[in-house]
Design a protein. Structure first.
Lengths: 533, 659
């Protein structure tokens, strides 16, 4: 295979987006409106082509195929490669992006600055693909920084006061976090046994050298964890996400529930399992610190989600807690842990993008953004709420949906890790068991914050009429009126058009399929876990 | 009787599904099919006036499928998957009416189901980690192995989690709260299924863990027996106090589940004492079967009442059943069965349960019980027996209360209206309702034939083979127990319900046809249950809705609001302090220099510029001003650019001509 192809998925959308930005902004407003159709085809073709290339790469790339784009300095190369874990991430985004673009075309119809929106949307695709394809920590870091820059204009897009505030906060947090991540990069390079920062399963630290400075390195790991954790919304670095929901829904759904936050989590997985290595970290205080941070985040996120009345912000809090499921599983530092983390990464991507798109569909069709406004909408938007129900049940972790599989594997990994830790590392081994309790609490809260929306949608709760009305013996005549399910005058389907519904339905189906037939995915993930830890 | 049918769907839903059919499962699948058929037929009339019938039937049949799945499951993972499906689809039944009360009740039901399911999931994970398997047949050995390895505590933890999960569905004591709330608001066919068979799925799970994992564990047996006794007594107490037809039946379900649990617990106790626990196992199993039929009959009768009146309050519906023989017959069959009257099927199963308690009581009296302390004390078992008999009496009393209220008493002012309406339901519904109603006395009259046969099929599931001697159901000893219960029940009805739970109406109802009623008619039922004893409103709801999110949420939002800003302001304060200090450092060097080396001159020379100097200075100023203007102008930039271009050109020319 031609290894040059490895850099295509990263560079094609980047170039496409930049081209769009350069040439799309010329001309008068009327002329630009006329070009909207062309814009659609342009974005759709680039996205689809990129996804196809990604899938081709996923099937055809063998182990150890690498492509060095250029050399920064010495051993610092920008290098692409696609290993199994990268394939999982790449496969995930390559499915989500075309559907999200399809969705955003209806959602963004009539916006004035669509060119800006789609150019940055495309660029973000390239950057995220770059993260999936990066072959060493250096490249990952480069794309991680680029991700901030590419998504910043999207948060700013509504140009309101809140958007300005949100984007500024997003920028501060991301850039600050990246600085910490950079520290990690430097130390990995210094203590590396290969002389560079390439990702190898099991890590690349020179254990002899590293153990001499164990505490320093562990501290640096912690810093880098929180650095990348800014994008993965770990507890003290999470405050940008709820604010960032001011962005248009396609952005919140794809970027702030999947691409950006998952990139953070993916970077942490790379850092933990492919750079530092679990052999070095397992049983250390850094592991417990990281696990505790993830647990605190889960508690925090799920509790705040229950208290939040704004639908998209509630989902954002839910993202915070769910991202920490991934981090908590990865903090188990075991093969099972990595497999569970990746499993939840994939499952959560579909569940959360589906719920966000449902919220977006409701916002787009009715303009309602608060949960108490949703009374009785379930019967008027049957498809939307059907998909939302699937996503909600899956988020709670109900069997036959994807969320159950991932939650089962996370809890399994926690129990396994707890058993081993209790034997080897003494009293800190209790922490993984506490993680299971946290999972339980969070699932309960998830049920509260997701199902209240669904129940409100379907069953707004009307006054009982049977008490007031004088009972009639014959039954039939009065009960016609009594048994009316919904107040009159509210009929009429409000479901959005096909290009918003199709992604929703596809996601719901994927959630079901992943839940019913998860064997292929879990097998692959077990292999990844086995290799890396 | 052995049936060998097993099916495995590997890899489906994660770990794969294992289904199996044996005697117990066959009977329960059969009962489920019968119950769904009867209530399905009944639904066609009951639901006729509802709007979204399609969704009701959709969830009705999905739940059927899931329930069958639970009863066929051969491993606990499969059980769990179908169990959760069942919980969520049956939730729609409860909320189906869409009124405020039903939404509230449905939320209660859902939260109990979700919490129960989650805790059960944890138990499953623990168990799998401990035993390495979830197959019901392999659990016994695996559990024994775990005990030998000294993992008893963890095994108990797993068992407790599973008990919580299954107990929540079964309606076991502290988690029974959903039953009295959900049943009155759900459609009657759905209530019948919820109470008749969905609670049995919980019992099914408890039987699996009790018989397979803790088959010979006295402490476990004592726990289950204790829970069973508490549940049966409190359920019956609630039922006596309730004045709502379906609520009474729901509380009665809680109580009957208590009977079944007592049997399950006695199984473990007897097995641990080295006895053959077949009495307890058969009693529990037969009572499960019987209770399914009772509740199917009774709830459908209640449905027939509700269908016509849209009321369930005993004061409103009293007298409705007069002159409606079919309805009265069906209700009477259910009531007699559930009260444990001889010749009706409830009597047989209650006798077996009673026998098992007595058997253990004898053991304890002889000092053969393996448990020391309270569990082995003979007095405890005598107490247990009396609670059992008393609860049987309470069952009789609340069934009497219902029957007398609906079928014997007269309504103060609507009786004529009621009497005019001869048929309470369509003939098809009546036929469907008659099936379980006839089965109850049929089974009760021929216990040695029908009931023993069923028990024989079912007991393989408990891991038992044969019974040593046949039970003489109608022996004097056994009849005595039944007689005591019935006697107690009549006494309770006369002295507690008529005296304490009813009151005289003081003011005349405007519609009342005065003078015609006898004295009893001027009494009405009152709900004297103290409101502060409501577990749900007093403990669970505040805990779940206020306390947990409140405390955590307050903590979280406090952290959210202050943690990061505090960190940032501390950082800014510290860094500005450092900067200020460094600033002062450089200042201090200057100050120091001024005092030492660069001391300013003391006398200042005053310089007076000459005229030439003045002119020169003015010229200089003008030049500077021009310079500023030029530098800041665009043309200056262009000029510099041109200069640069010229230089480049020159350089290029130079390069060109050099070679």
């Amino acid at each position: 295979m031609n290894q040059v192809l490895l850099c295509v998925p990263a560079l094609l959308p980047l170039a496409g987006g930049m081209g769009l930005l350069c040439f799309g902004l010329f001309g008068r407003q009327a002329e630009r409106d006329r070009r909207e159709k062309g814009l659609f085809w342009y974005a759709a073709i680039i996205t689809l082509a990129n996804s196809l290339v990604l899938w081709w790469l996923i099937f055809r790339t063998g182990e150890g195929e690498r492509f060095v784009l250029f050399r920064l300095y010495g051993e610092l190369k920008v290098m692409f490669c696609l290993d199994k874990m990268g394939k999982v991430f790449a496969g995930m985004i390559s499915v989500l992006w075309p559907l999200a673009v399809l969705y955003s075309f209806e959602y963004m119809k009539g916006e004035k600055r669509n060119v800006t929106f789609f150019s940055y949307y495309l660029m973000t695709y390239g950057v995220t693909a770059g993260i999936a394809l990066s072959g060493n920590l250096m490249t990952l870091y480069l794309f991680y920084e680029l991700l901030t820059l590419a998504t910043f204009p999207l948060v700013l897009f509504p140009m309101t006061k809140e958007a300005r505030r949100a984007s500024r906060r997003y920028l501060y947090y991301s850039i600050g976090g990246a600085a910490f991540a950079f520290l990690g990069l430097v130390f990995v390079l210094t203590f590396s046994s290969t002389g560079n920062t390439v990702f190898l399963p099991g890590g690349i630290l020179d254990l002899g050298k590293a153990n001499a400075r164990k505490n320093t390195l562990l501290f640096i790991y912690l810093l880098a964890f929180f650095g990348f954790g800014v994008k993965a919304v770990v507890f003290p670095c999470h405050r940008w996400l709820p604010l960032a929901t001011v962005a248009p829904t396609p952005v919140t759904a794809l970027l702030h529930a999947v691409a950006v936050v998952k990139s953070g989590a993916f970077a942490i997985l790379r850092l933990t399992y492919f750079s530092f290595g679990t052999a070095f970290l397992r049983g250390s205080w850094a592991q417990w610190a990281v696990m505790a941070a993830a647990m605190a985040t889960i508690l925090y996120g799920s509790t705040m989600a229950v208290r939040e009345a704004h639908w998209k912000r509630r989902l954002a809090y839910s993202t915070i807690s769910n991202l920490s499921y991934i981090l908590m599983a990865s903090a188990m530092m075991s093969p099972l842990g990595l497999a569970a983390a990746l499993c939840h990464m994939v499952a959560h991507a579909f569940m959360k993008i589906c719920s966000f798109f449902c919220a977006g569909a409701v916002m787009h069709q009715t303009g309602k953004t608060y949960i108490y406004e949703l009374d009785g909408l379930g019967r008027r938007m049957p498809v939307t709420f059907g998909c939302l129900t699937v996503a909600s049940l899956s988020l709670i972790g109900i069997p036959v949906f994807a969320g159950f599989i991932s939650k089962w594997s996370i809890a399994g990994a926690a129990f396994h890790c707890g058993m081993e830790s209790l034997e080897s590392f003494g009293k800190w081994g209790v922490l993984p068991f506490a993680a299971v309790a946290v999972l339980l609490y969070s699932a309960l809260m998830t049920a509260m914050y997701m199902l209240t929306v669904v129940i409100r949608g379907y069953f707004p709760g009307r006054e009982s009429t049977s008490r007031k009305a004088l009972p009639s013996v014959s039954g039939t005549d009065l009960s016609e009126g009594q048994r009316e399910e919904q107040p009159g005058g509210q009929d009429g389907n409000l479901d959005p058009g096909w290009n918003m519904l199709l992604p929703l339905v596809v996601f719901a189906v994927v959630i079901l399929v992943l839940g019913l037939h998860s064997q292929p995915l879990t097998k692959l993930l077990t292999v990844i876990g086995g290799e890396a830890a | 009787m052995r049936l060998g049918w097993e099916y495995e769907l590997a890899g489906f839903c994660g770990l794969g599904l294992h289904l199996k059919l044996d005697g117990f499962r066959l009977i329960y699948v059969g009962i489920a099919a019968l119950m769904w058929a009867v209530s399905g037929i009944f639904s066609t009339e009951y639901m006729a006036h509802y709007k979204s019938k399609a969704s009701y039937y959709c969830f009705f049949w999905i739940t059927f499928f899931a329930t069958i799945g639970v009863f066929l499951s051969a491993d606990l993972y499969t059980t769990f998957i179908f169990f959760e499906m069942m919980s969520f689809t049956s939730f729609v039944w409860v909320i189906f009416d869409g009124t405020r009360e039903s939404v509230r009740a449905a939320k209660t039901y859902l939260s109990v189901a979700v919490i129960g399911g989650l805790v059960m999931l944890m138990g499953l994970l623990l168990l799998q980690d401990l035993c390495g398997t979830l197959m019901m047949e392999e659990l016994k050995e695996a559990a024994q192995r775990a005990v030998q390895e000294g993992e008893k505590a963890r095994l108990y933890a797993a068992g407790a989690c599973l008990l919580f999960g299954f107990g929540a569905k079964a309606g076991c004591f502290p988690l029974h709260i959903w039953l009295p709330k959900a049943h009155p608001v759900a459609p009657a066919p759905a209530s019948a299924l919820l109470s008749g068979i969905l609670t049995k799925t919980g019992v099914f799970g408890i039987i699996v863990i009790s018989c397979q994992i803790f088959g010979d564990d006295s402490w476990w047996g004592l726990l289950i027996t204790g829970l069973g006794l508490v549940t049966m007594f409190l359920g019956a107490l609630l039922a006596m106090f309730s004045i709502n037809l379906k609520r009474t039946l729901a509380c009665s379900s809680v109580s009957q589940i208590g009977f079944i649990l007592t049997g399950v617990g006695m199984y473990s106790m007897l097995a641990a004492a080295g006895e053959n626990p077949v009495l307890a196992a058969r009693g529990a199993f037969l009572h499960m079967v019987n209770h399914s039929f009772f509740k199917l009959t009774l709830f459908l009768c209640a449905g027939a009442v509700f269908m016509n009146l849209h009321q369930l309050d005993l004061n409103e519906i009293r007298g409705f059943g007069r002159r409606k023989p079919v309805l009265a017959f069906c209700f009477a069959m259910g009531a007699l069965g559930i009260s444990g009257v001889p010749l009706w099927s409830g009597y047989a199963s209650k006798t077996l349960l009673h026998e098992s308690i007595v058997e253990y009581g004898h053991l304890a009296a002889k000092g053969l019980a393996p448990l020391k302390g309270i569990g082995g004390a003979p007095l405890f078992w005598i107490g247990a027996e009396w609670i059992f008999l008393l609860t049987g009496g309470m069952t009789v009393s609340y069934m009497l209360k219902l029957f007398i209220a609906v079928f014997i008493e007269r309504h103060p002012f609507r009786q004529e209206e009621f009497d005019k309406q001869r048929a309470s339901m369509s003939p098809v519904s009546a036929l469907a309702l008659l099936i379980p109603a006839v089965l109850i006395p049929f089974m009760g009259c021929t216990p040695a034939w029908t009931m023993d046969y069923l028990a024989q099929m079912g007991q393989t599931f408990f891991g038992l083979r044969e019974m040593e001697h046949k039970v003489h159901y109608f022996a004097l000893e056994n009849l005595k127990g039944g007689g005591i219960s019935i006697g107690l029940g009549v006494l309770l009805y006369c002295f507690v319900i008529r005296r304490y739970l009813m009151r005289e109406i003081t003011s005349d109802h405007p519609h009342a046809t005065s003078g015609q009623e006898d004295k009893a008619m001027e009494k009405e039922y009152v709900d004297r249950w103290p409101g502060f004893l409501d577990l749900e409103d007093r403990i669970y709801r505040p805990l779940l809705l206020t306390f947990l999110p409140g405390v955590w949420g307050a903590l979280c939002s406090w952290l959210d609001r202050y943690l990061i800003p505090a960190a940032v302001s501390v950082f800014l304060a510290v860094s500005s302090l450092i900067c200020r200090a460094m600033d002062h450092l450089s200042d201090s060097i200057i100050v120091l220099a001024r005092y030492t080396t660069h001391r300013p001159l003391q006398e200042k020379r005053v310089h007076i510029p000459s005229a030439r100097e003045e002119r020169f200075r003015n010229r200089e100023r003008a030049v500077f001003r021009l310079g500023y203007l030029v530098e800041e102008s665009f043309s200056f930039g262009l000029m510099l650019f041109c200069l640069g271009l010229c230089l480049t050109l020159g350089y290029l020319l130079y390069e060109f001509f050099r070679f």
